[in-house]
Design a binder for this molecule. Structure first.
Ligand code: ATP
Ligand code: MN
Length: 485
């Protein structure tokens, strides 16, 4: 079928008094009787022998499509409407009427259909058949037009807005911490370098090492792995702050929970201790879930039906229940006594593996769990050091929030605000206190107990959608070996 004569049309200024409605608005019963214009992309077309075509149109405003009834009397019925296929873009005007068929309250009886762009059906990938989420990743530029990814993106938006609302209403200031940094907050060394040096011919010093004094910042610089340290500085003046921005980790692990670029929310509060911090995290997660349960019902129903049969149960459970709080030491005892055949052995002093976290939150407690007071040796220098326990073991006031289906969703701590202990911890971990002079200054001038945490936005979106793979909850995932689009 030739496309000649059906090319992209030039826009004409619309002079009609029609009101533009989103598909979401047009689907509401209250819209019945309105003269309306709707714009979107064709999902399907079906021709009826009774003298009209049904065109399902979606514009991303909601999961449901608007059914457009295009009568054979329309001037371009034979030449255009009968050639519409999935992916074509349209402006349709007409009257919103009560739907005769079931499944929707309203439909649009068209009096004009303008085709903006055709979508060649032999090459357009999103034909009616259902595609796997893996396949859709190859079409990351088109996948937001699918039901599942569209729903995820609406929920991602709702979660993001909830985050800002929660903190704003609680008196927090949204603080923009730098994306380029010279410090490695996690001390894990998994950082992307930022440089303007010529990779083929970097300048070298007399010892043959790359000479970063000639680099853009006059020193090595990286993409941030966390805004925490800077957040602490601002909390120590403004009281309650949060950052919400992109975060980069060059961790070479291809898991369903890790991205090389993800969005992290990091509140930081002055005059705050570990239990305050846990209370904040619990209120925060409950608020996000409450907003999603209230505002994203249609999308949640899709996740429940097609993605994860436990979504609603988990969300309602988190919303209505309270979080179990448990020191690391007790968690280790539970794990040791569990009789589970774990792949990695559990032993006091080692970090918990995903399988251990999942046993705790999914099997044993079957709900959110906050683990606290981890061994000092496995946590970063900035965490507040507890008095040694009765066996002389040293722990820090860390907290990880674990949730069923995802595992760790939040990591946080009360920060070490005592200068001498902080410096000793830095030395222990082979860090040079001179590199952190500004961070140490906070402990010199008006130091206060303070605490904060980091929530990975994508893990939160995984939790509320039930999406098993983190690559399906961010528009353009960056993972090892993959940065197309
Ligand atoms: P994990 O143990 O899962 O690798 P982490 O302990 O390195 O996480 P933190 O440094 O505590 O993570 O970061 C705080 C939060 O940021 C985590 O609880 C998680 O929600 C999120 N997060 C961390 N790393 C990633 C990543 N690579 N991709 C997506 N989210 C992440
Ligand atoms: Mn963590």
């Amino acid at each position: 079928m030739g496309d000649e004569g059906r090319g992209v049309r030039s826009y004409q200024t619309q002079t009609t008094p029609m009101k533009k409605l989103s598909v979401k608005e047009a689907r509401l019963e209250g819209a019945i009787g309105a003269a309306a214009k709707i714009e979107g992309w064709v999902r399907t077309r079906r021709d009826s022998k009774a003298g009209f075509s049904f065109i399902e149109v979606n514009d991303g405003s909601c999961l449901g499509n608007l059914q457009v009834i295009a009568p054979v009397e329309l001037a371009d019925y034979e030449s255009e409407i009968k050639h519409l296929t999935a992916g074509c873009s349209l402006t349709v005007t007409g009257e919103i009427v009560a739907s005769a068929g079931g499944g929707q309250a309203t439909e649009l009886k068209a009096d004009s259909v303008l085709v903006h762009g055709w979508a060649e059906p032999t090459t357009y990938p999103l034909q009616k058949k259902r595609h796997s989420l893996e396949k859709l990743r190859e079409w990351a530029h088109l996948r937001p037009r699918t039901n599942a990814i569209g729903a995820v993106m609406r929920v991602r938006h709702r979660v993001s807005k909830s985050i800002h609302d929660f903190f704003h209403e609680d008196g927090f200031l949204y603080t923009h911490t730098p994306i380029i940094t010279a410090s490695d907050c996690e001390g894990a060394g998994e950082m992307f370098r930022v440089t303007t040096l010529d990779a083929d011919k970097p300048p070298r010093d007399d010892k043959g090492a790359v000479d970063h004094t000639q680099d853009f910042f006059g020193r090595p610089a990286y993409l941030t792995v966390s805004g925490q340290l800077e957040g602490e500085l601002y909390a120590s003046a403004l009281g309650k702050v949060y950052t919400f921005g992109p975060t980069f980790r060059a961790e070479n692990s291809n898991t369903s929970r890790h991205l090389a670029e993800f969005w992290m929310v990091e509140p930081e509060v002055a005059f705050f201790e570990l239990t305050d911090n846990i209370d904040l995290a619990e209120r925060f997660l409950k608020r996000i879930v409450a907003d999603v349960l209230r505002d994203c019902q249609e999308d949640l129903a899709l996740f429940q039906q097609h993605i994860d049969k436990t979504v609603m149960e988990r969300l309602e459970g988190l919303h209505n229940g309270s979080f179990t709080r448990l020191p690391y030491t007790e968690a280790v005892e539970l794990l040791e006594g569990s009789g589970e055949p774990f792949e990695y052995p559990v032993q006091w002093g080692t970090d918990l593996q995903a399988e251990h976290e999942r046993w705790l939150t999914e099997k044993h407690f079957a709900g959110p769990v906050v683990l606290t007071d981890y061994p000092a040796s496995i946590k970063p220098f900035y965490m507040f050091v507890n008095e040694p326990d009765d066996q002389g073991r040293r722990t820090v006031r860390a907290m990880d929030v674990l949730v069923p289906g995802v595992g760790e969703i939040i990591g946080g701590s009360q920060r070490e605000h005592r200068l001498d202990i902080l410096e000793a911890r830095m030395a222990e971990q082979g860090l040079n206190p001179a590199d952190y002079w500004w961070y140490a200054d906070l402990r010199r001038y008006g130091t206060v107990p303070h605490a904060g945490f980091g929530l990975g936005l994508e893990r939160m979106v995984q939790y509320v959608t039930g999406m098993a793979n983190i690559r399906d909850v961010i528009p353009f995932p960056r993972t090892p070996g993959s940065a197309e689009f």
